[in-house]
Design a protein around this ligand. Structure first.
Ligand code: HC1
Ligand code: SF4
Length: 574
């Protein structure tokens, strides 16, 4: 341990701890802008400077490790003045349209400017006009607002391994742009939205589609149906001063009804349906012979990645559509039939923690269940939070309500989809049943849990060994794919039979459309909320969901039947 002093307060922290993090331990907040705990510090902005006794110049707290006996001064008038100058310089090239900015109210730059009481900028204002890039269906890039902190570039290149973003030009002319200066749609971007989740200002944000939904609700011409994704329920509360991980399922249903939706369904229901389809597909491949490993297909950013960079894995992808798409397909067929409504008279909205889901709704192959898109609009958690605020709904004090029947009941397995390892854990619970015709005594697969980038395990299903891998955060995926490729090239047995992939760190709870401010601390709390939801569920295995049993009896026949294939499966583009 390193013993040192911060503002005269003794501090004892592990070797390698930065001054910034050591200060946090003794309750001292050093301001920061470019630094984010998910990323290596690259000391771009300079706002975290501190004085260290014996050092001739101020040091950047985010990138300097605390040393034995170090005496650090984090705040004095001189340090505060330097920070103020840094802020003023940033503001001198930043547009003054905070009131119309999507990040107004939770912009890190705005907060610092307010904290420092900045009223005027002593430097000449030089705002270069650059048109926002609206080319993708998922996110908008507004380089004019970029403060060149570099978070998005680091996220895209290092966390996600995609290299869609970079800085172009030099010195004052440096600007944020998609790689090779094409537009974002033409770049390798997979629409995960992690850049928008890490941007401290309003330079990258989700494509706001709330107006389309408001208009549709107001018109009263179509039957408006809504579904809520697993990870939304443990994060939306953060937009209403609730703790990360606090379960808000019942309040969400109530809020959606008050917004005017005619039927409120749950994506957790169709996550259970996915398990029956994808689990049956896996058991078939595993027991009867088929391309292995099977890869999960519910994360649209991962699917986009595969179609762009790993088409050799197309035969390995589960053909099951994602739960979002399955719910849309079931709403416009099964529910429509029961409620005597035409698919053309329905409008299906989904509330997702994800920006790539906006892209998924428009995939051509997903139009095939009724001739209309399965889902019409996907809104992120952040967009829904804004709608709830616009409607004057006091979210925290809402009573718990239930989802509507037919597509609303879910099991603990369905809710697990929201966390890394959750799809695998849910699949194993049902695969065990499908293989042995018996239920598990203990449904918890602890091997699937945790934030490790790649988890591997061998699962014993009554003597049958199933080797699994779980990867999350896109940058961790290529190594997994390469091990499969190597085994194939050497004619060796596949290292794994089943692999779950989620593009975002922590799985969907860390999705690019969730409330801002996710760190591992927040992700863990959201994860705990998901596991608590699983544990309190009456049924914890997808094959025990009574509405799923009914949908097969009344409508689909059996898992992977011809009808199920038509409505619930897809194919991929080379
Ligand atoms: Fe996800 Fe999924 S888990 S992809 O992370 O399979 O977005 O929450 O809705 O579709 O169920 C996201 C979450 C979500 C789908 C499910
Ligand atoms: Fe990179 Fe994801 Fe942002 Fe696209 S959405 S630029 S892939 S971080």
């Amino acid at each position: 341990m390193i013993e040192a002093e911060i503002n005269g307060i003794p501090v004892s922290v592990p070797e390698g701890t930065t001054i910034l993090n050591a200060a946090k331990e003794v309750g001292v907040q050093i301001p920061k802008l470019c630094y984010h705990s998910d990323l290596d510090a690259w000391a771009a902005c300079g706002i975290c400077v501190v004085k260290v006794e014996g050092s001739p110049k101020m040091l950047r707290a985010c990138a300097t490790a605390i040393a034995p006996g170090m005496k650090v001064l984090t705040h004095d008038p001189e340090v505060v003045e330097v920070r103020r100058t840094v802020l003023e310089l940033i503001l001198s090239t930043h547009p003054n349209d905070c009131l119309q900015c999507g990040r107004s109210g939770n912009c890190e730059l705005q907060t610092l400017a307010a904290d420092f009481g900045i009223r005027e900028i002593p430097f000449e204002k030089r705002v270069e006009h650059i048109e926002p890039d609206t080319s993708t269906t998922s996110i908008v890039l507004n380089p004019e607002k970029c403060i060149k902190c570099g978070r998005c570039v680091l996220v895209c290149q290092e966390m996600q391994g995609v290299y869609a973003l970079e800085f172009i030009g030099r010195g004052d002319g440096t600007r944020l742009a998609p790689a090779a200066d094409v537009n974002l749609e033409e770049s390798p971007c997979i629409k995960c939205g992690q850049c928008s989740a890490h941007c401290p200002v309003g330079a990258i944000y989700e494509k706001d589609e709330t107006k389309i939904v408001w208009d549709e609700i107001k018109k009263h011409e179509k039957h408006c149906v809504v579904q809520v994704a697993p990870a939304v329920r443990v994060a939306i509360g953060e937009a209403f001063d609730m703790e990360p991980g606090e379960l808000a399922t019942g309040q969400l249903y109530a809020a959606l009804r008050r917004l005017g939706f005619d039927a409120v369904f749950d994506t957790n229901f169709s996550a259970d349906l996915t398990i029956l389809e994808e689990g049956t597909e896996f058991v078939k491949r595993f027991t009867e012979g088929g391309e292995l490993p099977q890869l999960t297909s519910c994360c649209p950013a991962w699917t986009d990645y595969m179609e762009k960079f790993a088409t050799d894995f197309i035969p390995n992808f589960s053909s099951a559509k994602s739960p979002q798409q399955m719910l849309g397909a079931m709403a416009k067929t099964y529910y429509a039939e029961k409620a005597d409504i035409e698919a053309r008279d329905m409008f299906v909205v989904s509330i997702m923690p994800c920006t790539a889901k906006k892209f998924e709704v428009g995939r051509d192959d997903n139009m095939n269940s009724t001739g209309f898109q399965d889902v019409d609009v996907a809104l992120t958690t952040r967009e829904l939070a804004r709608m709830i605020k616009q409607a004057g709904i006091d979210f925290k004090s809402l009573p718990d309500e239930e989802a509507d029947s037919l597509l609303g009941t879910y099991t603990g397995a369905g809710t697990l989809f929201g966390v890394t390892g959750g799809v695998m854990e849910a699949a194993l619970r049902s695969a065990y049943y499908l293989i042995t015709k018996e239920d598990l005594a203990d449904v918890n697969f602890m091997e699937c849990r945790g934030l490790e980038g790649v988890k591997e395990a061998e699962i014993d299903i009554k003597g049958t060994k199933v080797r699994i891998a779980i990867a999350h955060q896109m940058g961790n995926i290529e190594a997994v794919l390469n091990r499969v490729r190597e085994a194939k090239a050497n004619n060796e047995e596949t290292p794994w039979h089943f692999i779950e992939v989620m593009a975002c760190r922590g799985g969907c709870i860390g999705g690019g459309g969730q409330p801002h401010g996710a760190t591992d601390e927040v992700r863990l709390k959201r994860t705990q909320g998901i596991y608590a939801d699983d544990e309190k569920s009456v049924q914890r295995c997808s094959h025990h969901n009574p509405e799923i049993t009914r949908i097969y009896e009344d409508f689909l026949g059996e898992p992977c039947s011809h009808k199920a294939h038509e409505l619930l499966h897809t194919d991929y583009i080379e």
